[in-house]
Design a protein around this ligand. Structure first.
Ligand code: F6P
Length: 256
């Protein structure tokens, strides 16, 4: 029975992979929209993918969120010493709970692997003027320089309206997203179902072009309710790995 179940997941993986057109898809059992604990399965599978891609002299960028948290939480330190590996937050703060903030997860990973790290302490939605002067700070300049060289990027995918609510956005912004038919949020960008950017959060952080062109993306998301959001960002993951659960995978295949 276990073998049958596993073969079933592999078939779903292949179907989702072919449909989304990404290099690698991993599907774990469960549906995070129904059971929060399923994120632990995603975390475990994604932590193995992440470890496989870490080389000496590499720079890892990561976003916050509960799914990213579970990746780093589940990660088991391999018996190797990393040389010159750094981890940095992909963006300035996005108002997550403290345990799910990119900075927190960055320091967790740095402690587990014994590698160096940078933190980025910048509130979201500062005025453009304030942001420009923050960029001039030497410490922040160094972190931005790191981000520009990131080889690996681990990020979560959210539903547009849920993320906007989590960030305490006002009614006007919620209406804007609705008018623009935004369905997904990742890396501070909001996307419609065709994958077009409808809004870019103002902050300091990794640029989408960089993620697509020069870094290896590892995206994590779970739950049937995230299916539409995952499909919307498929172009970002083309050259990378997507780790989802059965709930998301089945729903993706249903709505295709
Ligand atoms: O706020 C950081 C972030 O990675 C968002 O870009 C993403 O939409 C969200 O978190 C995912 O959060 P979760 O894994 O908790 O659903």
């Amino acid at each position: 029975e276990v073998m049958y179940h596993m073969r079933g997941l592999h078939e779903i993986e292949e179907e989702v992979r072919a449909y989304l057109g990404c290099a690698k898809v991993v599907v774990v059992p469960g549906d995070a929209s129904e059971r929060e604990e399923v994120k632990e399965n995603i975390g475990k599978a994604a932590s193995e993918v992440l470890l496989k891609h870490i080389r000496n002299d590499c720079i890892i960028a990561l976003t916050g969120g509960s799914t990213s948290y579970h990746v780093i939480h589940a990660l088991k330190k391999p018996n190797v010493t990393y040389e010159n590996v750094l981890v940095v937050p992909a963006r300035g703060s996005l108002r997550n709970h403290v345990e799910y903030q990119a900075n927190t997860i960055v320091s967790m990973l740095a402690n587990k692997l014994g590698i160096g790290y940078h933190l980025l302490n910048i509130p979201d939605n500062l005025s453009k003027k304030a942001l420009d002067s923050v960029r001039e700070e030497p410490e922040i300049g160094a972190t931005i320089a790191c981000l520009l060289k990131a080889n690996l990027i681990l990020f979560g995918i959210g539903n547009a309206d849920e993320m906007a609510k989590r960030r305490n956005s006002d009614e006007q912004f919620m209406t804007f997203l609705h008018d623009k038919q935004a369905v997904a949020e990742a890396l501070g960008y909001y996307f419609n179902k065709n994958g077009e950017i409808v809004y870019t959060s103002r902050s300091i952080g990794i640029k989408l072009e960089h993620v697509i062109q020069s870094a290896y993306p590892i995206a994590v998301a779970g739950g049937s309710k995230k299916a539409e959001a995952i499909v919307a960002v498929k172009d970002i993951i083309k050259k990378g790995s997507l780790i989802i659960d059965e709930g998301a995978a089945n729903r993706i295949l249903e709505i295709r």
